[in-house]
Write a protein that binds this ligand. Sequence first.
Ligand code: NAG
Ligand code: NAG
Ligand code: NAG
Ligand code: NAG
Ligand code: NAG
Ligand code: NAG
Ligand code: NAG
Ligand code: NAG
Ligand code: NAG
Length: 497
Amino acid sequence: MVLQWSLFFMYICIKVTPTEASSWTAAVPSSVKGLLGSCVVIPCSYNYKEPQKYPKTFTGIWYNDNNQVICHSDASKTSSQFRNRTKLLGDLSKKNCSLMIDKFTKRDAGTFHFRIEIKDYELFSYSKNKISVSVIDEPNPIDFFLQDEVKEGENVSASCSVSHSCPTYPPSFIWSHSGEKHDQTQQLQNDQWKATSTLTFHPNRTHHNQPLQCRVTYHGGKHQEQSKTLKVKYAPVNVKAEYQSDVNEGETAHLKCSSDANPVSSYEWHNETGALLNKGQTYTMSNVSRHSEAVYCTAVNEEGRNRSSTVKLNVLYPPDIETSSKCFSEDGVVKCECIVESRPPSIVHFVLGDRVLQSTNVETVGSVTTGTLQTDFGSFNFVHCLANNTLGNANLTLSLPANDNMQNIFIASGAGVIFLIILIATGVGVVKKCRGRSGETPTSDLDTMKAERPVELPRYAPTKRKEDRKDMSCSDIYANDHVYGNTDCDESIYNNV
Ligand SMILES: *[C@@H]1O[C@H](CO)[C@@H](O)[C@H](O)[C@H]1NC(C)=O
Ligand SMILES: *[C@@H]1O[C@H](CO)[C@@H](O)[C@H](O)[C@H]1NC(C)=O
Ligand SMILES: *[C@@H]1O[C@H](CO)[C@@H](O)[C@H](O)[C@H]1NC(C)=O
Ligand SMILES: *[C@@H]1O[C@H](CO)[C@@H](O)[C@H](O)[C@H]1NC(C)=O
Ligand SMILES: *[C@@H]1O[C@H](CO)[C@@H](O)[C@H](O)[C@H]1NC(C)=O
Ligand SMILES: *[C@@H]1O[C@H](CO)[C@@H](O)[C@H](O)[C@H]1NC(C)=O
Ligand SMILES: *[C@@H]1O[C@H](CO)[C@@H](O)[C@H](O)[C@H]1NC(C)=O
Ligand SMILES: *[C@@H]1O[C@H](CO)[C@@H](O)[C@H](O)[C@H]1NC(C)=O
Ligand SMILES: *[C@@H]1O[C@H](CO)[C@@H](O)[C@H](O)[C@H]1NC(C)=O
């Protein structure tokens, strides 16, 4: 009976023992690479056979193959080569034996193992679980990701990642562009870590062909960069139609369209109402005239289209004097208005008799120049308007209003009345050969005008009185044959002396 019980007990024991997970094992990677001057972390977890009583005090020690103490729970027992540079990162009581070595040097490289000393229990060296720690002079290359081509305004993410072995002080990232930056570190299967920085930004056309750079700085100061040129697609902007500033009427104008776009634009030309005139970067307008329509160009690419402002050629042409030009009387004052259309604006002057007179007032609105002359027109029946610009000249004869002209004569020759009375009194014969003024039309051209001589007012045969103006006719003018040998009641009376 006792044997049966003891067998049963043994059976229990045999059954239970394998279920007891605890044993003297450690888990470390077989090798780790440390960046020179930076830090290296050796991930480590260990296990021990569970004692009866839960242990309280643990001492962890890391050795290398030379039995140098790389790290000791009691820092003073760490070998001077490693003192202040090594640290047990984990909590030993939680079976974590992770080790960090800072300012890693070439001398530090070697094969390490861990040893645990549990107070009032056992001491154990995990010499079967060795880790080889080597040094690398330069960091691992940057893994840079950026799409080959992005679109303006799109949400674009670029990322930059590096593998490293110092999760305590992960590398820092700096991007050459502003944006939303997000950094993270993840553990890789080979007991290395991967630090990734992601930049989200909205590229615009000013970023096209600019490098996007990621700079990685490792703990300890080493750094490296990688960059890639941004290729930003954008719809055309700054669409301009270029053309010669001035073109003479009848000549040919060459217009060229330009724009800023990626990919490059194709071009179209339209008139103001939007009708398509031509496709292509240039547009030729032959035989331009002052009436040539305004045009604009449109730049098109796969991202969109945009147009230039409307351009109207500055067509140059010689002056045209408008037939609406005239002389008129206003509040008893005679004015002559000469309306000239030309580009560039003309200089407008007048010829009265053989005198060249400047316009008393000039007004230019667009291509229309209005020259006004206000002067003493004497007894002239017409005045000539001359207009010139760089391309040519024009002239037009303007009739002066009859009545007002006469009135001027009266005013001007007021002094002559006395002379007339004297003439009558002296019994000089009266000439009545004159025609009526009213039916008269000026016919002389400028060349004959030039032959005219300046007026000599005192010699005029004056009218009797102002009140007589209404029935004024040539018969009222008394003149002396001797003085007015060739008289004819138009202005030649006064001139052809
Ligand atoms: C370690 O640091 C302590 C103070 O923090 C300093 O006194 C000591 O000299 C350092 N030892 C080494 C080997 O750098
Ligand atoms: C050990 O401790 C370190 C530092 O606290 C920690 O990062 C690591 O995850 C721990 N390892 C385990 C297996 O818990
Ligand atoms: C762009 O990305 C940011 C961050 O990922 C997000 O907050 C935002 O909503 C996104 N915008 C658009 C238009 O997708
Ligand atoms: C392009 O984006 C930058 C910011 O990244 C901004 O300062 C600039 O004004 C933008 N330019 C245009 C043309 O949108
Ligand atoms: C057209 O170009 C102008 C600048 O030249 C820009 O401001 C505008 O946004 C563009 N329009 C479109 C629809 O791209
Ligand atoms: C534009 O061109 C169309 C077609 O040639 C024509 O019918 C239209 O009159 C033009 N518009 C202007 C403002 O010139
Ligand atoms: C140029 O245009 C004018 C009208 O604008 C026309 O009278 C003339 O014949 C044209 N000349 C040529 C060479 O086409
Ligand atoms: C127009 O004619 C006047 C006088 O004949 C001359 O002084 C002036 O330079 C000319 N102007 C132009 C633009 O040809
Ligand atoms: C006036 O114009 C005519 C043509 O319209 C021209 O023959 C004449 O020479 C011009 N006279 C002057 C002085 O310019």
